[in-house]
Design a protein. Structure first.
Length: 147
């Protein structure tokens, strides 16, 4: 074995160990599963409640986050904001007003709101009953490192 062979072998081992460490640092990869509504616990907050479903890597994403928000009438969970990840909101119950492309739009049950990366957005319950919506966010490979 030459000195060159030893250096190449050490580089290969180093790269392999780095890849293994990066993969194991992500945590367990989410496989196919069911999230039963009846097993999701609502945790009350100032604007209603939240049910945390999952926040975990998948085979193709650094992170998949799903939660379900219950928003009291007139409430908003936060001021208009933006972030590098994209998200879908699926309205289950109630009427919400969402800031999309600089315009406020009202939508009800069954509606889907897509919030693109780095675009200002918000949501507010404009109805007289609690609004419930599902939030699905994801981070593509490398996005969590960029934060």
């Amino acid at each position: 074995m030459t000195r060159r062979d030893l250096v190449v072998a050490l580089i290969a081992v180093s790269l392999t160990l780095s890849a293994v460490a990066a993969t194991s640092a992500r945590g367990p990869v989410l496989g196919s599963t069911i999230f039963d509504w009846n097993s999701l616990t609502a945790v009350a907050n100032q604007t209603g409640a939240v049910r945390k479903v999952v926040q975990q890597p998948t085979a193709t994403l650094d992170e998949l986050e799903i939660h379900i928000t219950t928003l009291n009438p007139g409430a908003t969970p936060h001021a208009p904001h933006q972030h590098p990840d994209e998200e879908l909101l699926i309205v289950k119950e109630g009427t919400v007003e969402s800031l999309v492309n600089g315009e406020l739009k009202r939508v009800g049950p069954g509606s889907i709101i897509f919030q693109a990366a780095n675009q200002l957005h918000s949501i507010r319950n404009v109805g007289s009953v609690p609004a419930i919506y599902h939030v699905i966010k994801w981070n593509s490979p490398g996005m969590l490192k960029a934060r």
